[in-house]
Write a protein that binds this ligand. Structure first.
Ligand SMILES: Nc1ncnc2c1ncn2[C@@H]1O[C@H](COP(=O)(O)OP(=O)(O)OP(=O)(O)O)[C@@H](O)[C@H]1O
Ligand SMILES: O=P(O)(O)OC[C@H]1O[C@H](OP(=O)(O)OP(=O)(O)O)[C@H](O)[C@@H]1O
Ligand SMILES: [Mg+2]
Length: 282
């Protein structure tokens, strides 16, 4: 039975449960449940703090887990990224009071507040910058400079609203681009059942990223139309009752739907229909 760790709280918790539900797994109804067996799918879920998940996976006490890439790298555990999951996207960035710093070299000799000391120390060491110290805080890191415990912070930024409200501005390149990831232990055989979980999650990712497009097009234009919608392997082209026309079906990236529909219409395609993909295996 594959043991899967899932965030029990925080911003990754709900979207992780949603993705697993879409992949056909049982999910808990009560947020106080800590363990949930799913015998039909031969897996067992453990609801743990996202920060601890890489630690459990690295120690081998659970087989795989969902956590943030930033938390994985901060953990310095034996866990590695297996599959990026496309939700919980954020950047991890430097910030300081407005107008004070513009480059990571300015962190030299200054005090840094962060919830990710491992990640920050590794980043600074790689660039040969010595901070005066790293102050580890659990949250609300943006307040640290105002309260005088640090000169600069390194923290998760999504919209930038929290930083702005604290009178801070980002500087330097992003330390990291993070998102939720499925992690597994390094240096051991792949756990039994991970192949099925991976295919199911990839199915959800594809169903979210792609739509199906159907249209009718004059036979003479099929080649040009297919060049606009090449699909993943090859589009389906079917005859229509009117023998001078064909029906085409292909997968298209959701983000490109309208551009593709416009191009097909301009070419002469008609009855262009777009439908969501509910589930898939490629
Ligand atoms: N505002 C946000 N937008 C996107 N991802 C975020 C945001 N805040 C935290 N994360 C991500 O969530 C993970 C941290 O989860 P964690 O549960 O420890 O903190 P949290 O989501 O901030 O919850 P809380 O602070 O309520 O405990 C990290 O991978 C981080 O990148
Ligand atoms: O760029 P924004 O959209 O403002 O989001 C980023 C903020 O969200 C998270 O904080 P959270 O609300 O989890 O509080 P915390 O600092 O106590 O973890 C994160 O730690 C940042 O502070
Ligand atoms: Mg938080």
């Amino acid at each position: 039975m594959l043991r899967i760790a899932v965030p029990n709280k925080g911003s990754l918790s709900e979207p992780a449960a949603e993705m697993l539900r879409e992949a056909g797994y049982r999910q808990r109804r009560d947020s106080r449940e800590l363990v949930l067996p799913d015998p039909d799918n031969d897996v067992e879920f453990f609801f743990l703090r996202p920060r601890d998940i890489a630690v459990y996976v690295g120690a081998g006490t659970v087989d795989v887990g969902i956590t943030g890439r930033d938390l994985l790298l901060d953990s310095e555990s034996q866990a590695v990224e297996h599959l990026a999951l496309g939700f919980g996207r954020s950047t991890f960035r430097w910030a300081a009071p407005v107008g004070e710093m513009s480059d990571v070299s300015h962190v030299e000799g200054r005090r840094v507040a962060t919830s990710y000391p491992g990640l920050v120390a590794a980043y600074l060491a790689e660039r040969g910058v010595s901070a005066a110290g790293i102050v580890r805080l659990d949250g609300a890191v943006e307040t640290a400079t105002r309260l005088g415990v640090a000169d600069v912070i390194a923290d998760v930024v999504e919209t930038g609203t929290t930083l702005k409200a604290a009178g801070l501005e980002i500087f330097g390149d992003p330390i990291l681009r993070s998102e939720a990831v499925l992690v597994r232990r390094t240096g051991t055989d792949e756990p039994t059942g991970l192949d099925v979980l991976t295919r199911r999650l990839q199915g959800v990712l594809t169903a979210r990223e792609y739509v199906l497009i159907d249209y009718d097009v004059p036979l003479a234009l099929v080649e040009q139309a297919v060049a606009v919608t090449p699909g993943l392997e090859s589009p389906t082209v079917s005859p229509l009752h009117n023998r001078e026309w064909a029906a085409v079906r292909a997968m298209v990236r959701r983000s490109e739907t309208n551009r593709v529909m416009d191009a097909l219409y301009d070419l002469g395609a008609r009855a262009i229909l777009v439908t969501s993909i509910h589930a898939c295996r490629l």
